[in-house]
Design a protein around this ligand. Structure first.
Ligand code: CP
Ligand code: NVA
Length: 312
């Protein structure tokens, strides 16, 4: 693929603040580009030469921060990190307009999704959401790529999500529904996904032929699933509720008994970091059906494809 054809892949939405910013066609192109980038890592070594990307991280990160830094550097660009509150010392709109004058892109991990929106509203640069309280769209790119890589297809597969109806669940639900993957979530009664996101996912599913099911029964969600996904019970920013959540989520652990209800060739997925013996047991996460490190590796490749589509 040459530079001109990469230009044709540019995202119409300009920003990647949530999963709805990428169309089905763009997502299919991104998955194809990811496969190329992964197979021939040197091919785009100069694509971002002379370009700088601002990484703004309000919350801790291992995978997202390092894979963005590595992706930018392997594409020939450079990354500048600012860790700490965004907009504490000055309005977010001023932060956005400062970065505009120095760098060519913004990647932001924020507590509130409104911060990502405000950056996108005021910046002329492409803004990428590296996790907010509502969405984790870069994670979902790697997850859907990992499923496609493992099974060779997406449409018609069943993906089960067990646990908190959080940012990771939202992005996974939207991306799965967009690509025709049946999505079944099991969450405790007061920890379901945001109803508006469920509506958005069902709208996408109506076009792709997928089903989006929300239940309180882990067994129902997991039965015959080809992939079983979970995430921490207490996300960053909710630490004060950790004990209440441990009680509420007790029946929502992915253990060997629950995983046995999935299809015989099912894989276990987790965005990481994982809390063993809370949302998943050591036996499941360490089993040979766990693809958690494939997901982590694919963060790098999918984000390279995303950067090429947003910045090149
Ligand atoms: N999965 C993920 O986003 O990991 P980090 O919080 O380490 O970036
Ligand atoms: N839901 C988790 C994901 C971490 C990658 C959190 O927001 O803390």
């Amino acid at each position: 693929m040459n530079k001109n054809s990469l230009a044709a892949l540019r995202l119409a939405a300009r920003h990647f603040t949530c999963d709805l910013d990428i169309t089905r066609e763009e997502l299919a192109a991104l998955l194809e580009l990811t496969a190329q980038v992964k197979a021939t890592p040197g091919r785009y070594a100069d694509a971002l030469r002379g370009r700088y990307v601002s990484l703004l991280f309000e919350k801790p990160s291992l995978r997202t921060r390092l894979t963005f830094e590595l992706a930018i550097k392997q594409l020939g660009g450079d990354a500048l990190l600012s860790a700490g509150p965004i907009g504490g010392r000055e309005p977010i709109k001023d932060v956005a307009r400062n970065l505009d004058r120095w760098t060519q892109g913004i990647v932001a991990r924020t507590f509130s999704h409104k911060t990502v929106h405000e950056l996108a509203r005021w910046s002329r640069l492409p803004v990428t959401n590296a996790l907010s309280d509502l969405y984790h769209p870069c994670q979902a790119l790697a997850d859907i790529f990992t499923i496609q890589e493992h099974f060779g297809v997406l449409r018609g597969l069943k993906l089960a999500y067990v646990g908190d109806g959080n940012n990771v669940a939202h992005s996974l639900m939207l991306t799965a529904a967009r690509m025709g993957v049946h999505f079944a979530a099991a969450t405790p009664p007061s920890f379901g996904p945001h109803p508006e996101v469920v509506t958005q996912a069902r709208d996408l599913a109506a076009h792709s032929g997928a089903a989006v099911t929300i239940t309180h029964s882990p067994a129902e969600a997991v039965t015959e699933a080809r992939a079983v996904y979970t995430d921490v019970w207490t996300s960053m920013g909710h630490e004060a509720e950790a004990e209440r959540r441990r009680q509420a989520f007790r029946e929502y652990q992915v253990n060997e008994a629950l995983f046995a209800l999935a299809a015989p060739d099912a894989v276990f997925m987790h965005c990481l970091p994982a809390k063993r013996d809370e949302e998943v047991t050591e036996a499941v996460i360490e089993s040979d059906r766990s693809v958690v490190f494939d997901q982590a590796e694919n963060r790098l490749h999918t984000q390279k494809a995303l950067l090429l589509m947003l910045l090149d």
